[in-house]
Design a protein around this ligand. Structure first.
Ligand SMILES: Nc1ncnc2c1ncn2[C@@H]1O[C@H](COP(=O)(O)OP(=O)(O)O)[C@@H](O)[C@H]1O
Ligand SMILES: [Mg+2]
Length: 340
């Protein structure tokens, strides 16, 4: 079903999902380079979760005038999910990260003084999305105060944009879309109060959005992701593919134990930091570096990597808990690494 907005079918296999279905996208023929340059670069290793991709695809095809709100823990892949979806459907993305002093002019635009001393109006990200038909990606939306989003409420619904400074009215391009991501759920803070400086949002704003919840990817996919990102290093006493698989499996098992401790359970005190997919990928690289440095014992090499990847910025008790979990799960797997 192609319509006047979309002009292409993108197979689900493009997203790494084996399904005969497809999602609508753009061919981008006749699109000027300053717009096509904003189509994100495709990362072939990005792992899509079937459920989240399903919701995204329905929203994409069915709700052009409603924003999508994606919540989920930090480093769970919210921002990259949007960029990687857009890379595959061929949608240009203009992004910004919210902050407490963000105001309407940061979204809509402002005058600058040009080299020849004339005043010129420069479109903000919302205006660019409206004018040229781009996806406006607002990261960490609750870092901005609730009244900012309330002040652009009618735009969230796809209304024309009136630029007070120039008197221009910009009608929403049929391809313009809004996606917001956040660590908190919008109207509640997930109960543990771990995100500082966040503003609870107005129900009138949240009411207008489709909601998508992102969690860390499942253990099997995360293991496959890690495995695909391990370089061909030299190992002894074990075949390299076997080592890669075991190393990835043990790292993911460790990450999942740490995440359980972070979210807490009735009998354990929650710890204050967790291992996101982002941290896990970094830890993997650091473990390979330290494991190949033969001056360090296995334990010291692990701790060096863990401190740099995560725990140097974490309270002592949490750091120790994380260290114990990772040590127990990894065992002596890094001792197979040969010196470079
Ligand atoms: N599903 C995934 N597939 C591949 N890489 C991922 C995935 N989720 C997270 N990552 C990795 O973690 C990093 C952080 O993800 P990001 O999208 O910035 O998270 P968030 O916006 O939720 O904080 C990405 O750059 C990517 O390397
Ligand atoms: Mg993000």
């Amino acid at each position: 079903m192609l319509n006047k907005v979309f002009d292409k079918d993108v197979a689900m296999t493009e997203f790494g999902i084996s399904s005969p279905e497809s999602v609508l996208g753009f061919t981008n023929r006749n699109v000027p380079p300053y717009i096509s340059a904003l189509i994100p670069e495709r990362n072939p290793d990005y792992v899509f979760q079937t459920q989240q991709l399903g919701i995204m695809s329905i929203w994409w095809e069915a709700a052009p005038d409603e924003p999508l709100f994606i919540s989920g823990p930090h480093g769970s892949g919210k921002t990259s999910f949007v960029n990687q979806f857009c890379a595959r459907v061929g949608a240009p993305v203009v992004s910004l990260t919210a902050r407490s002093r963000l105001d309407r002019t940061d979204l809509i635009g402002h005058y600058i003084i040009d080299k020849d001393k004339t005043m010129r109006f420069v479109d903000g990200p919302l205006t660019r999305a409206w004018r040229h038909g781009m996806v406006l990606l607002i990261n960490e939306m609750s870092a901005a105060p609730a009244d900012l989003w309330l002040s652009v409420n009618e735009l969230l619904e796809g209304a024309p944009l009136f630029i007070e400074a120039t008197g221009e009215v910009v009608k929403k391009h049929p391809r313009a879309r809004i996606v917001m991501t956040d660590n908190i759920r919008g109207m509640t803070d997930d109960g543990n109060g771990l995100y500082l400086g966040r503003h609870l949002q107005d129900p009138a704003v949240m009411d207008r959005c489709w909601k998508l919840r992102m969690e860390y990817i499942d253990e099997e996919s995360e293991t496959a992701l890690l495995e695909s990102r391990i370089p061909d290093v030299e190992v002894h006493g074990i075949e390299l593919p076997v080592w890669k698989k075991q190393f990835a499996q043990r790292l993911c098992a460790a990450a999942n134990k740490v995440r359980e401790a972070y979210f807490g359970s009735h009998d354990v005190q929650p710890i204050e930091a967790t291992i996101s997919t982002r941290v896990l990928l970094r830890l993997k690289d650091l473990l390979i570096i330290s494991g190949r440095t033969k001056e360090l014992s296995v334990k010291d090499a692990l701790n060096w990597a863990l401190r740099i990847a995560l725990t140097e910025a974490v309270d002592k008790t949490s750091a120790l808990t994380i260290q114990k979990i990772v040590e127990a799960e990894l065992g002596n797997i890094c001792s197979h690494l040969a010196a470079p």
